[in-house]
Write a protein that binds this ligand. Structure first.
Ligand code: TYD
Ligand code: MG
Length: 434
């Protein structure tokens, strides 16, 4: 038989496969993401397992015959890290697969090392040596007794070992999917096909053995080839660990969760001895109560957790032909818009001022409820006058400068009161002038 040599092109962003190269992926619209992958007569990714499956006995089950194990007690266990449990829903679900994504260096390995240290489990170290893990476990003051390390980059090895030890572990961490490969897939380590196939087999393994699997995936800023985006639809839960690298606050968010909510966040602080959980009151304390020039306090509600956050602005005369606009933690386009609103409604001649805005602690905010606080902080910096002490600025600002109440308004008002602060109620940003 003639061997069919096939070259296919795989999009690094969405994972779709094409017969020919294109500059733009016609499935997701991203540019320059198609990479050439060689395949010998065998279609890649999903298809190998499908053909393998047909040889198994086909079985269709009637729902009434399916035994439902009690959801609460037997299938869920605690991670012994309260913030982690809350973000996951009730806790860790047996047999579930969690994609743990974040930029390199943000603290993924640290947090998952702490998880295994607290619960006991297996750490598949693809990137680091067992000694490096041992050093970290020591440094974090964790119990090394229940902590097994497996230096491996091969799905086959992981499968063989987990099948052999049969239910020894509740948790398995695979760090990271980018350095795990399997023989059944084509392409080099870290390629789209390898990542897809390896992840698929790890997911099968988790379902079969009932172990809760945490798969680490590095994301790069530009969502580079073979990023975790590929895997999002395959896993049960997607956790993103994020924060500004030079800040020490870290936020754990879910963007997908088959077993719980997706709006909860967990807050941690990176310290000498690893990641420490942060309670709401502590964040509020971090931000202090005194009013400072260029600072405005706002209140966001993430999931069940209200947080007072400080927005800082620096508005200074510009000597550049194009004044600078730098926003950290606030969306760039939203920031630009707020600068324009400030110029129009607060009368700040921002065309000749540089504007820097940052959210303290390195939290990224998507909530338009912080608009008013950004404007208030800019105003305060420009006027070199502190805002009212104890004031909390919440509200979305329209193009006309109207301040609108946002989702959870009453809740935020109440929370502010509990914290001994008061939400400023104004209808138009021009009221800041008085
Ligand atoms: P790491 O977990 O290795 O990041 P990732 O796995 O996401 O790439 O964390 C790297 C950073 O965390 C590193 O710069 C050092 C810092 N760190 C601490 O500050 N304290 C600690 O106890 C540990 C283990 C790491
Ligand atoms: Mg790491």
């Amino acid at each position: 038989m003639k061997k069919i040599k096939e070259t296919i092109f795989v999009c690094g962003n969405c994972g779709n496969e094409f017969g020919k190269w294109m500059g733009q992926c016609s499935a997701c619209g991203e540019w320059n993401t198609l990479k050439e992958v060689k395949s010998l007569g065998k279609a890649i990714g999903g298809q190998t397992h499908r053909s393998a499956r047909t040889s198994e006995k086909l079985e269709v089950k009637n729902l009434s015959k399916i035994e439902i194990k009690s959801e609460t007690n037997t299938n869920v266990f605690t991670s012994n890290i309260a913030e982690f449990d809350r973000v996951l829903g009730k806790g860790v679900v047996r047999g579930s697969v969690v994609l743990f994504a974040g930029e390199p260096g943000i603290g993924k390995s640290t947090l998952l090392t702490q998880l295994v240290g607290k619960v006991g489990g297996l750490y598949v170290a693809g990137e680091e040596s067992a000694e490096q893990i041992a050093l970290r476990v020591n440094r974090l003051g964790l119990n090394a007794e229940r902590f097994d390390v497996f230096e491996s980059n091969s799905v086959e090895e992981i499968e063989e070992y987990l099948n052999r030890v049969n239910n020894l572990y509740k948790i398995v961490v695979v760090d990271s999917i980018q350095v795990i490969g399997c023989e059944s897939a084509t392409g080099g380590m870290g390629s789209v096909t390898q990542i897809k196939e390896s992840a698929f087999r790890l997911i099968q393994l988790a379902k079969k053995t009932g172990v809760a699997m945490f798969i680490v995936g590095h994301v790069t800023k530009d969502g580079d080839i073979a990023g975790p985006k590929l895997l999002e639809h395959m896993v049960d839960t997607v956790l993103y660990f994020e924060g500004e690298k030079n800040g020490d606050l870290r936020i754990l968010r879910t963007t997908k969760n088959r077993f719980g909510p997706t709006d909860e966040v967990g807050v941690f602080k990176m310290e000498e001895k690893g990641l420490r959980e942060i309670k709401s009151d502590e964040i509020n304390l971090i931000n202090g109560n005194e009013a400072k020039v260029g600072s405005a306090i706002t209140l966001i509600v993430e999931g069940s957790r209200p947080m007072c956050i400080e927005i800082q602005a620096l508005v200074v005369e510009s000597f550049a032909p194009m004044p600078k606009r730098v926003f950290a933690g606030v969306d760039y386009n939203r920031g630009q818009l707020l600068v324009a609103i400030a110029q129009k409604n607060l009368g700040i001649p921002l065309y000749k001022y540089d504007v820097f805005v940052s959210v303290t602690g390195g939290i990224r905010i998507d909530d338009t409820g912080v608009d008013l606080a950004v404007l208030a902080a800019m105003w305060s910096s420009y006027k070199e006058k502190p805002l009212l002490s104890g004031a909390v600025y919440v509200g979305e600002v329209s193009l006309l400068g109207e301040v609108k109440k946002v989702k959870g308004w009453d809740r935020r008002k109440k929370e502010a009161e509990v914290m001994g602060r008061k939400v400023v109620e104004i209808k138009n940003v021009r009221a800041l002038l008085h």
